[in-house]
Design a binder for this molecule. Structure first.
Ligand SMILES: NC(=O)C1=CN([C@@H]2O[C@H](COP(=O)(O)OP(=O)(O)OC[C@H]3O[C@@H](n4cnc5c(N)ncnc54)[C@H](OP(=O)(O)O)[C@@H]3O)[C@@H](O)[C@H]2O)C=CC1
Ligand SMILES: Nc1nc(=O)c2c([nH]1)NC[C@@H]1CN(c3ccc(C(=O)N[C@@H](CCC(=O)O)C(=O)O)cc3)C=[N+]21
Length: 283
């Protein structure tokens, strides 16, 4: 029987633990707070913003929302970030990606105070992650590592193939796995022999944003599949980058969409914000 890796269940468990930590913080007069900056109307970002607000409120974490239109300038965003960087009431800052084309995302990311960078996207945090000394962990890859650990899926010595090399998922995922002693192959849209590589994976992690792209013939029987994709299919249904119906029967374990990686991203974001708030009291 294929194991369905339940991200909702683990996310729920983690959020229960976080609730207790926020109670302790509040007793010391600290309200853990996350600032979220959303520019424009990206679909996946909207799902993310909606879900994380609900989850934050439940655990007693405060959120401040800053919504900007598509036409916003880089200067306007930088001005807000500069304020939030020094606001003692704000422990975490997150700028939703993607940003509109007139805004240089790398410049915005680099402007965030690294000690408040809950996404782990600042170049300093990226560098420390790659040097195996992480100070801020990127939420989606971190959530995937926790899911695998919870399900006793050991990555050490395994061949993990990642499809996608984005700064949000693919690249930091590779770094975390390498830090955990996996053998990592990173593939992308220019990879010439993609299927040949995915078929070799003991663990396959897919983050490309193409609805049901990975088929049965792309994987070896017994594979563990992690599906990061968040797409709408022709019928408007939320589906992953993996054709679940085809692949699930031959996998040892697989994450569903929804209910797999998505809820874990949110749990890791909340956990990191709480950790940053605790740092202020040396806890
Ligand atoms: N569940 C969650 O928590 C999260 C879900 N997501 C979802 O995951 C998906 C990926 O997101 P993100 O990483 O930001 O995406 P990006 O669009 O930033 O990157 C996509 C990556 O996939 C590669 N790619 C695209 N098409 C192919 C192909 N046909 N074959 C091989 N590689 C391909 C691209 O290659 P190249 O570099 O060559 O262009 C690129 O590296 C999206 O559906 C997004 O909504 C994202 C973040 C969190
Ligand atoms: N700076 C930044 N950091 C991000 O981590 C980031 C981002 N920008 N931009 C957009 C992507 C996308 N993303 C999601 C996270 C959770 C769900 C999520 O909760 N998914 C639920 C969906 C449930 C539903 O609403 O049906 C699930 O999979 O079960 C979705 C998408 C984070 N991203």
């Amino acid at each position: 029987m294929t194991e369905i890796i339940d991200g909702r269940a683990l996310s729920h468990k983690i959020r229960q633990q976080l609730k207790q930590r926020t109670v302790l913080l509040r007793a010391r007069g600290i309200i853990p707070a996350l600032a979220v900056i959303l520019v424009g109307s990206d679909n996946a970002s909207q799902i993310y913003v909606r879900n994380k607000h609900r989850a934050a409120a439940e655990i007693g974490l405060a959120t401040q929302d800053f919504k900007f239109p598509d036409t916003t300038t880089e200067e306007e965003l930088l001005e807000l970030i500069t304020k939030l960087n020094v606001d003692p009431k704000v422990h975490g800052i997150l700028v939703q990606l993607p940003l509109p084309p007139q805004i240089n995302a790398a410049k915005i990311t680099a402007a965030i105070n690294p000690i408040k960078d809950v996404d782990g996207f600042h170049p300093l945090n990226v560098g420390q992650l790659f040097l195996n000394d992480p100070q801020s962990l990127p939420c989606t890859p971190h959530g995937i590592m926790r899911l695998l650990a919870e399900h006793q899926i050991n990555v050490a010595g395994k061949h993990v193939v990642i499809v996608g090399r984005s700064n949000i998922v693919g690249r930091p995922m590779a770094a975390l796995l390498l830090n955990a002693d996996a053998t990592v192959t990173i593939t992308h849209s220019k990879t010439s022999n993609l299927r040949e590589l995915t078929q070799q994976a003991d663990i396959l992690i897919v983050a490309i944003g193409r609805a049901e792209f990975i088929k049965k013939a792309d994987v070896k029987p017994g594979v563990v599949v992690v599906d990061v994709g968040m797409n709408r299919n022709a019928a408007g249904k939320l589906v992953g980058d993996v054709d679940f119906t085809e692949v699930e029967p031959i996998a040892t374990a697989i994450t569903p969409v929804p209910g797999g990686v998505g809820p874990m991203t949110i749990a890791m974001l909340l956990e990191q914000t709480v950790r940053f708030a605790e740092r202020k009291i040396g806890g």
